[in-house]
Design a protein. Structure first.
Lengths: 304, 431
């Protein structure tokens, strides 16, 4: 869905994006993470055809963004980190304007506004001015503006900043809902915990370079399981390898191992039963939590 | 009705019910007063007051509104939303220009209506309305154009720009009293002008000039909006504007190939300065331009080419042509000569000085520092050396003091080489 190839962007005296290349699959929610100043906002602005890179190419849904920026604008939704809203209009008028400016047919305005305001839980704020809303509600209005035309690709720069935990949870649900509708989302943030709830992939940007692209929630028939024993067992690895239906991912000592087993619950029960029958002192057997924070820190540690 | 969304948004902002009712009430009170002053009839005082109010409303309020229509987008960080919309540059331009001034035009329309009812000279009304509306639209579109240029340079305070527009209006347009004097709009009151070999009624010439001024102003705004929306364009509009000015202004000077070339050279040189002042100067743009040049991607080279470079390139053939003509003359008997090629190099030097400051740490001071440099190079330093009899050294700073075209050219080339090498050095530090 999105292909970025050898993208270079420079500010005077600073290469903000250095030979950035990556692909994003359709229907994914990709977390764009990295420390402050890594180039996340610059990358998103280039992808939204708001800033012009020195060289490279960006292709979104078959459109060459740098050659046809206006065509790109029609198929993306973009939420800027420093967004603004028309303070002298009501929320309904803001949404109405954006709907019209995005070329939505007149007959569909009301339905589009109703739909997006319901999704963002701002139905009861439609007659308010954005100036009267809290930061979190204004953020929701801005997101509503970005997605009102149901773009196939949505780029969001720090969408959850300023939102309370409940609103963040609702936002995560919204993103999953948008994904279910077939949209592809690229979400930049440096609050990894918030991304974890909905991201399928992670793109790590550091000093203008992509240092890692990983699938954090790859749909798989197999699940990693962590096995922890109460006491060390000398021949743990051969014992585990002798069991059918499991694969030992790693076993770095005699007391714990990371196994890959069938996601089926009955199979998990059979493996646990087999482990117990081998007289192993099992004290923990649970899905391994490889969260976004772990993956990010692991990546950062590897490159430092 | 499928109204332009930007125009509709501006209408919602400007034309609230309270304002639509309040404005006629206030104007009604003013005209009631003038009605009393006119001895209980709609007379001359009312007509003059209506026309003066029209001018004030459209020029002050309307221009402020058109200026703010773009500056406020930047100030409120909503411009990116507009850039990402499906609106085209033309929709955006006229939506902002006419939408933001809609309330001003509503009030101005009432004033024109009152003037039409009160005037004792109804025959002059069509022409008066044409000039009044045309002039107001021209000043408002100039406001929008300058607003677009200002925001590209990060200038978000509109007060100084508004003053600039109005000072420009006062300098270039007839005085307010002339505009409001309806006798000036009666047929037969106009003189004739020569334009090339044509004898044109000055009334017709004014109308055509006003029309073209408005056209180029709106075209300028359109191109700037298109640029901001990310549309890539070759500089056809600038080229067209340059050619138009050459042809238009060339018609007012005695017809000969020398005078026409002189007009063309002057227009291109002035537009080189205008181009360099109004354009954004990002060191990365030059880098992109050079990259495209290396890739022989000529379309992109054309798109990235600074407008000032285009005007300068256009001025060179005229400078060369003028250099080989006999009609050289000394100015004001102060040994100052017109050496066209040397003048062209001085234009290049001045632009390079401006760019040198633009690429510095305080680009916002580039203009004032360039003016200071110009004062030193054109006036103070050559004057100083001329005063002590060292005219040769004066020519080094201001080559038009030189006695021969060759030495003038050599001095100008020396200065250019020096400034361009400094500029290149600074540009390299920036990329």
């Amino acid at each position: 869905m999105i292909t970025v190839d050898k993208l270079i962007f420079e500010y005077p005296g600073l290469r903000a994006l250095d030979d950035v290349s990556f692909n994003i699959a359709a229907g994914s929610i990709t977390a764009l993470v990295g420390p402050n100043g890594a180039g996340k906002t610059t990358l998103l602005r280039c992808m939204a055809a708001l800033d012009q890179p020195v060289s490279g190419s960006i292709n979104i849904a078959g459109i060459d963004v740098l050659e046809q920026p206006r065509d790109c604008h029609r198929i993306i939704g973009y939420l800027s980190d420093f967004f603004g809203l028309y303070q002298r209009l009501t929320v309904r008028q803001c949404l109405h304007y954006v709907a019209r400016a995005q070329g939505i047919f007149e007959a569909d305005f009301a339905a589009a506004i109703d739909d997006v305001s319901r999704r963002l839980h701002i139905q009861d704020r439609l007659e308010n001015s954005p100036a009267e809303l809290s930061r979190g509600l204004r953020q929701r209005v801005a997101i509503a503006q970005a997605i009102i035309h149901k773009p196939p690709v949505v780029l969001l720069d720090e969408p959850a900043s300023g939102l309370d935990p409940e609103a963040r949870h609702e936002l995560a649900e919204l993103f999953l809902d948008l994904q279910a509708q077939g949209m592809t989302l690229l979400v930049s943030s440096h609050i990894l915990a918030e991304l974890e709830a909905y991201c399928t992939d992670m793109l790590v940007l550091r000093q203008g370079r992509i240092v890692e692209q990983v699938a954090v929630k790859a749909p798989s028939l197999f699940k990693p399981f962590k096995l922890l024993l109460a006491n060390p067992v000398e021949n743990l690895l051969p014992l585990l390898q002798s069991l059918p239906g499991i694969k030992v991912i790693n076993s770095d000592n005699k007391q714990q191992a990371l196994l890959q087993i069938d996601a089926d619950a009955a199979q998990q029960h059979r493996v646990l039963k087999a482990l117990i029958s081998l007289d192993l002192p099992v004290c923990e057997f649970a899905p391994a939590t490889n969260n976004l924070q772990d993956a990010y820190l692991q990546t950062i540690r590897q490159i430092v | 009705m499928n109204l332009n969304p930007e125009f509709e948004r501006q209408l919602i902002l400007e034309c609230s019910q309270a304002r639509l009712v309040g404005a006629p009430v206030v104007l009604g009170a003013v005209f009631t007063l003038t009605y009393f002053l006119d001895d209980y009839r709609l007379g001359n005082i009312t007509a003059q007051a209506a026309l003066t109010l029209f001018m004030l409303i459209t020029l002050l309020w309307g221009t402020r509104q058109s200026l703010d229509s773009i500056v406020e987008e930047y100030r409120d960080r909503t411009w990116d939303t507009q850039r990402l919309s499906a609106l085209g540059p033309w929709q955006m331009t006229w939506g902002k220009l006419l939408g933001s001034t809609s309330m001003a035009w509503y009030c101005a329309g009432i004033c024109l209506l009152v003037h039409a009812l009160a005037t004792d000279n109804p025959a002059a009304l069509p022409l008066l309305f044409f000039y009044a509306i045309g002039t107001a639209l021209l000043v408002q579109s100039t406001g929008l154009l300058l607003g677009l240029l200002a925001v590209q340079r990060g200038q978000l305070k509109t007060g100084s720009i508004l003053i600039l527009v109005l000072v420009g209006f006062i300098v270039f347009m007839p005085s307010l009293s002339d505009l409001t004097d309806t006798a000036n709009y009666l047929s037969g009151n106009f003189q004739s002008n020569s334009w090339y070999s044509l004898t044109v009624n000055s009334q017709t010439l004014h109308q055509i000039s006003l029309f073209f001024a408005l056209f180029w102003c709106v075209m300028g705004s359109y191109r700037l909006v298109a640029q901001d929306l990310g549309l890539r364009n070759l500089p056809w509009a600038w080229l067209g504007f340059t050619l138009f000015l050459i042809v238009y202004l060339g018609g007012f000077i005695p017809s000969s190939s020398y005078s026409f070339s002189l007009a063309a050279f002057a227009v291109c040189s002035v537009l080189t300065y205008v181009g360099v002042i109004v354009e954004r100067h990002e060191p990365m743009r030059i880098k992109r331009l050079l990259d495209y040049y290396r890739q022989a991607n000529w379309r992109r080279v054309g798109e990235e080419l600074p407008l000032s470079a285009l005007s300068f390139a256009l001025s060179l053939p005229f400078a060369i042509f003028l250099s080989f003509q006999e009609q050289r003359f000394a100015w004001l008997d102060i040994s100052l000569h017109a050496y066209p090629l040397a003048i062209a190099l001085l234009v290049l030097r001045d632009c390079a000085i401006y760019l040198f400051f633009c690429y510095g740490k305080n680009p916002q001071r580039a203009f004032s520092l360039s003016l200071l440099s110009a004062a030193l190079l054109y006036g103070i330093l050559p004057g100083l050396f001329a005063a002590i009899g060292m005219t040769g050294v004066s020519a080094l700073f201001f080559p038009l003091w030189a006695d021969t075209a060759f030495s003038a050219l050599a001095c100008a080339a020396l200065q250019c080489a020096l400034i361009l090498s400094l500029l290149l050095q600074r540009w390299r530090q920036n990329i």
